[in-house]
Design a protein around this ligand. Sequence first.
Ligand code: SF4
Ligand code: SF4
Length: 411
Amino acid sequence: MTKPIGSKCNIDCTYCYYLSKQPLLEHSKRQDARFSEEMLEHYIKSYIEQQNFPEIVFHWQGGEPTLLGVKFFRDVVRLQKKYCPEGVKIENNLQTNGTLLTDEWGKFLSKNRFLVGLSLDGPELIHNAHRTNRSGKGTFRQTMKGLEVLHKHKVNFATLTCINNVSGASPIEVYRFLRDEVKSPQMQFIPIVETKSFRKTAPQCWSSEDQVYQGMPEADPSHLQSIVEPWCVSAEQWGRFLIEVFDEWFTYDVGQVHIPYFEAWIESWMGRVNPLCTLGPMCGKGLAIEHNGDVFSCEHYVYPEYRLGNIEEKTLEQMQFSSEQIKFGYAKEATLPRQCRECDYQFACFGECPKNRFLRTLDGEPGLNYLCAGWKQFYRHADPYISMLVSSMGYAVNKTLNAQAMKIRFK
Ligand code: SF4
Ligand code: SF4
């Protein structure tokens, strides 16, 4: 996950987890918070050299990467061609809020086959509840103009929809808007979860005394003394969101609308490892690189405690396979609380992202996922339908992949 402009953005969403990185990583003190030409070339060259796959994918994210202008990405493509070995295919994914997209961008993205992730939270009122500019005005209209550009130039895109306290309350409205008006070919839903201390305190560096029990009122974002920010989705809301969207999708849209969560769960129910890192047994495969060359364990762990080094000092391979990163990767499974190990749905959930594991289980063990109640509610509801889908595809349902089975496989 490459962040060539760090956390700089032209808008100011309430729930952004990245804008607060500026003081944390002292970005504001740097004169030019963006990849320099030399850094860009060095990065592209080493990223390509250190992979041995016939397809190499670059992920460009922000902040808002389109602030860098089309020229920056022309250079990206030029450098990728310069260092691309024969027979290797290079792909680019670009995540954007869409507000700066013009015809020039449309032509460029289409010609160079970029896959664009467009951040769009739903219809106008829902989108504008949190996706605002610096003067507090909603950005819906500008984002929809960006969407027009993508359609006009036939750019391949997916929508990235943040599920927060507002969008989480209207699942069907959000889903139908994305399906019928946006004509989103792929919908990614991202639950918004941040503790009140997220601006300064890295995940897993929380004091265990701050971890409240599952089900306590302080675990709900609407409570005055909540441990999470008020704009977060609640566990219950998240479960209901998934259930309502799943039911609509299962009834009308299977095979037509792509929803990575649902498609990945079909794999889980077939006994395979879930391809999404959040629902699989391991972390650590997606490093984050900042505009100054600093590399972190994951884009959700861009905190000084999780800095692995800088591409000017170490190779990406050294950082990817460093003892810190290997430990980080295995910790996802190793730190599962008993409640997860004994859960019927561990095979599909694996305690979800460790960033969100800050509750105590009912018997007091720290490290339970904040959304656990919602995940479980969804799994119980969807289980018979996903099983039916798997069987109708001619596969056996296999729900035995758990931490124990993974240990045997890893040996
Ligand atoms: S910390 Fe979360 S987002 Fe990062 S690799 Fe692990 S599961 Fe994925
Ligand atoms: S549903 Fe809850 S208990 Fe089960 S694995 Fe997921 S987080 Fe753990």
